[in-house]
Ligand binder design. Sequence first.
Ligand SMILES: [Zn+2]
Length: 273
Amino acid sequence: MAISIGAIFDCCVNAGAQPQLRHLRAAFLSADVNYRQKASELQFYLMPQHSLSEIDVANATGLYRNRLSKVGSACRRFYDAIMTDNQLKQCKYCGHREARTLDHYLPQAFYPDLSINPSNLVPACTECNGAKGDYVPECAEDQLMHPGFENWEARWLYATVEMQAGIPELSFSVQPPRSWDSALIARSRKSFEVLRLGNAYALQALVDFYEVRGYLEDIYASKGSTGVREYAKGISESAARIGENSWKRAAYEAYEECDEFCNGGFVELAAQC
Ligand SMILES: [Zn+2]
């Protein structure tokens, strides 16, 4: 869905009946042109920080806080449209938690002229939004993935598993495809680090394990290690159809390749309980 910065700005300003803010329109539109030009070359780090006065900074961020994102505001429809342009309602950064807010890819603390810019707003979960904070890339290699302008579809997320007293401990890591250049490799690692994706996926995998443990025990009891391995393979392949870099795809692939897991290593936990 294409939403113009002009339409959002006019709605936000008119809704507040604040003609004293109209002079910001030129600054917002100019920033929009510059932003989309930088985006076309994936050079967000070259976007100049604002030159607005202190009062204009307060007004610019107020347009987001008090107009665009405010429930009940006439402009909230634009916020909702950006949020719902997302079939699975998932966070566009981590790809598995629910998107509950709009993240400013370039933070409004340093780019208030992008505070209500739809190209700069990314549906995100609260955890990714919080982890990212006011992150500003300083070079090409520092830039996090921008879900609105790129999609790292090639496989880069992998996992290994170690059994600890019957509990699988997963370690997720970035293994970029050989076709990627050095900047993209650095960016994937930076995104993984800044958004704390390894911790998020490991926690989710642990929750998932406790949910399926009983079923895994039943499979092992009836079909042995072959049954467990086939189950893990099936889940991994199914998850891969939704996303090459699904945490579940990587986790179950690691289970499939782990002899200790497939040989019923997880049953020890049940025996101890
Ligand atoms: Zn997220």
